[in-house]
Design a protein around this ligand. Sequence first.
Ligand SMILES: Nc1nc(=O)c2c([nH]1)NC[C@@H]1CN(c3ccc(C(=O)N[C@@H](CCC(=O)O)C(=O)O)cc3)CN21
Ligand SMILES: CC(C)C(=O)C(=O)O
Ligand SMILES: [Mg+2]
Length: 284
Amino acid sequence: MTSAEQPTPYGTGKAASPVPPKRVRISYLQQLKDSGGKFAMLTAYDQYTAAIFDEAGIETLLIGDSAANNVMGHETTLPITLDEMIVFAKSVSSGANRALIVCDLPFGSYEVSPAQAIASSVRLMKEAGVQAVKMEGGAHYADHVRSMTAAGIPVMAHIGFTPQSEHALGGYKVQGRGDAAQAVVDDAVALTEAGAFCVLMEMVPAEVAAAVDAAVPVPTIGIGAGSATTGQVLVWQDMAGLGAGKAPRFVKTYADLRTVLSTAAREFADEVRTGVFPGPEHSF
Ligand SMILES: Nc1nc(=O)c2c([nH]1)NC[C@@H]1CN(c3ccc(C(=O)N[C@@H](CCC(=O)O)C(=O)O)cc3)CN21
Ligand SMILES: CC(C)C(=O)C(=O)O
Ligand SMILES: [Mg+2]
């Protein structure tokens, strides 16, 4: 390995990427889009994972409302409140100082009006120290995005499958198939023209996501949206193999944390039961 190939917090240096700033800024993600680069986003809900992913060079961290499922044990993302999101977001903020930290606006915290969306976003930025918010919904939220942007709030748009609307959408379904493709592109264009700095797409056909990426000047992020987007996001427990049961098709599992933790817990319990732990070296 030559010195030019030394791993850096932002990868091996083999994939073209500009010099990383101290804190990843929106302008850095824009540079990546403009130069054909790529970036990674993972969810994080606590300070340990945030610090680990930050040090690993994950460019953007998302405090997802998927904390409702993956931390709190709810069936859907709908029950999580803004106050609960703030607890998770504070924890992530305390663990990460390089990644751009984005927080979901949870269901019920923005729909009523642009004023409600601004008030909720201000709480996330002021109380939890996040640098941007993500909001689910299409072109009908362009006025929200315009007002939020005018207030100095960086907004990431989330289109395609929007889990907060799962009851309205009729379940976990790919969006934008066939005749519905143009509406996804129109949503992305409307939200970008209103000021969104990035468009995240969930479960849309790869060619639709590619059309969106070509239609908007800003970086795009995909989850189940093919490979043409600027960035890719996964829920960290999915990526690390922590969950039981079958993962969605768009997940790739990079570790088997469930087995690692389970084995550690069994060994600990075993050693406690047999008196092996604690040894003299752990005692005072
Ligand atoms: N652990 C976890 N991972 C996620 O990606 C995630 C969450 N939780 N919670 C919030 C939303 C909900 N999401 C989900 C959850 C399940 C499917 C799913 O079961 N997909 C199936 C069926 C797709 C289809 O019917 O077309 C799949 O095989 O992909 C998809 C998105 C994405 N988000
Ligand atoms: C799946 C990602 C995009 C998300 O919104 C979440 O984790 O809440
Ligand atoms: Mg979410």
